[in-house]
Design a protein around this ligand. Structure first.
Ligand code: PLP
Length: 458
């Protein structure tokens, strides 16, 4: 199921005779399956994709040859063209949307260090074993140590599947059957119809809403706190902004109320970022008195999908030992990628965030000149990128883009190396801020290769 041939990859209809099957001698010349499979390129494909897929592609290619759609000697190449590029249906794409963390594109791109760590952890690893003593050890201890080192204000750290899981674990362990006090201005929908209030209530906690959409004061929280309070929750409005007559309470203003303050910062900044002054970070929140901070690993931290829990030692330990923690546990690949993200060189996300507008403009000019020289209707334009993916709402990052005719959008998306741009004022923009400079040549090649398709649709 789901094996999709690469669209337009074979020279369909080139050799088809004008109606009817080709002569018997052509059909006799169609090579047998085992002969085709001896082609070293197809033998390599068997190692990469499995024999079933490759055989199915060979059968399809033979069928085409028998019907006269391709010459018999092109069966191996046709089978190769029919094979997917990767063993999973997930295709690597170039993110030229100008949205640094695009949820539909899997949010943060892993650094080379993290990719390498994932490969190395793919076999058996000591994820939960102390090799010196030979006994069980704390799962993912080196990743947790790396996290702790980056957030010294935390007593301890725990990692779960994603940001939502971190909140669910906190709510279940600290507030099931009790109340979570939360501002009406922080009842957030995180995307695709999922709403944090629903998520929290699903754990058996009750929500005690305080304040109004635009204004909630520390006194509002204080008045709501009682024996039933599990914790006070602060949620960073990470995908929208309320401006004007507003007031919200900071963790520091709530820390003295006698109940734990849990802060969902969302984006996963561990320390303040100079380019994003409005974005909360874990270290600052903990220093201000938060008992627990929750965050995603694949937003501004630039790592794998995971949920971070950082805070007071006894709280984090209680969460990590809660029965539900077992159901939210991350695998070794995630732990490997997270640790390499935390200790390694700057992530693609960090580099995209800090790229200088002049450098981006220079890349756009260079690419536009090269493509225009090939006769493509392209120019370099100024653009505005965003962080996206639940981070830094309202922040516009000056960027540069290639501007192409609108028909390129679909052609590029469905090309051999899929490129996802964005439409603006009837043009297809390929924003370079989220494209690593080392992918510039691949991007240019992708534009060149879809040019006939884009033109055909004009
Ligand atoms: C993104 C986000 C979440 C959800 O995190 P996931 O990792 O997507 O599960 C929760 N809260 C806030 C404030 C967020 O920004």
């Amino acid at each position: 199921m789901g094996q999709r041939p690469v669209a337009g990859a074979t020279g369909e209809a080139t050799a088809r005779s004008a109606g009817g099957a080709p002569p018997a001698d052509v059909r006799r010349r169609v090579p047998r399956t085992d002969t085709v499979l001896r082609d070293p390129r197809l033998a390599a494909a068997v190692d990469r994709l499995g024999a079933d897929r490759v055989k199915a592609a060979v059968r399809q290619a033979q069928e085409r040859a028998r019907s006269g759609a391709v010459p018999p000697e092109q069966v191996p190449q046709t089978a190769l063209d029919l094979l997917p590029g990767t063993a999973s249906g997930l295709r690597p794409v170039i993110n030229a949307t100008g949205v640094l963390l695009h949820t539909n594109l899997g949010r943060a791109a892993l650094s080379a260090a993290a990719r390498q760590a994932v490969r190395e952890a793919a076999g058996p690893t000591d994820v939960e074993l102390d090799l010196t003593t030979g006994v069980r050890a704390r799962r993912g201890r080196s990743a947790l140590a790396a996290l702790h080192a980056r957030v010294p204000a935390a007593g301890d750290a725990h990692v779960v599947n994603n940001g939502a899981a971190a909140l669910v674990l906190a709510a279940t362990a600290l507030a099931a059957g009790k109340e979570i006090v939360v501002s009406r201005g922080e009842m957030v929908e995180i995307g695709d119809g999922f709403r944090l209030p629903d998520l929290l209530v699903s754990t058996g906690a009750r929500l005690r809403e305080v304040g109004t959409t635009n204004r909630t004061t520390p006194a509002d929280y204080a008045a709501a706190i009682g024996p039933d309070t599990g914790f006070v929750l602060k949620v960073h409005p990470s995908n929208f902004r309320i401006t004007g007559f507003t007031r919200s309470a900071e963790a520091a203003e709530l820390a003295g109320l006698g109940v734990p303050v849990v802060v969902d910062i969302g984006s996963g900044l561990l320390a303040p970022h100079p380019a994003l002054p409005g974005e909360p970070d874990a270290d600052t929140q903990l220093r201000a008195g938060a008992a627990l901070v929750t965050a995603s690993g694949d937003k501004l931290l630039g790592g794998p999908q995971c949920g971070l829990l950082l805070g007071r030692t006894e709280l984090v330990r209680a969460l990590a030992r809660h029965p539900l923690a077992r159901a939210l546990r991350v695998d070794k690949l995630t732990l490997a990628a997270l640790e390499a993200t935390l200790t390694g060189p700057p992530t693609p996300t960090a580099l995209a965030l800090t790229a200088g507008p002049e450098a981006l403009r220079a890349r756009a000019e260079r690419l536009a000149a090269a493509l225009a020289a090939d006769g493509i209707d392209v120019r370099a334009v100024d653009s505005a990128a965003t962080v996206g993916g639940g981070g830094a709402p309202g922040v516009s990052l000056p960027s540069a883009a290639l501007s192409l005719p609108e028909t390129y959008a679909r052609a590029l998306r469905t090309g051999r190396v899929p490129v996802v741009g964005r439409l603006e004022a009837g043009r297809c923009l390929l924003d370079l801020r989220a494209v690593p400079p080392e992918d510039d040549d691949r991007l240019a090649e992708a534009v060149r290769s879809v040019r006939p398709a884009a033109r055909g649709r004009a």
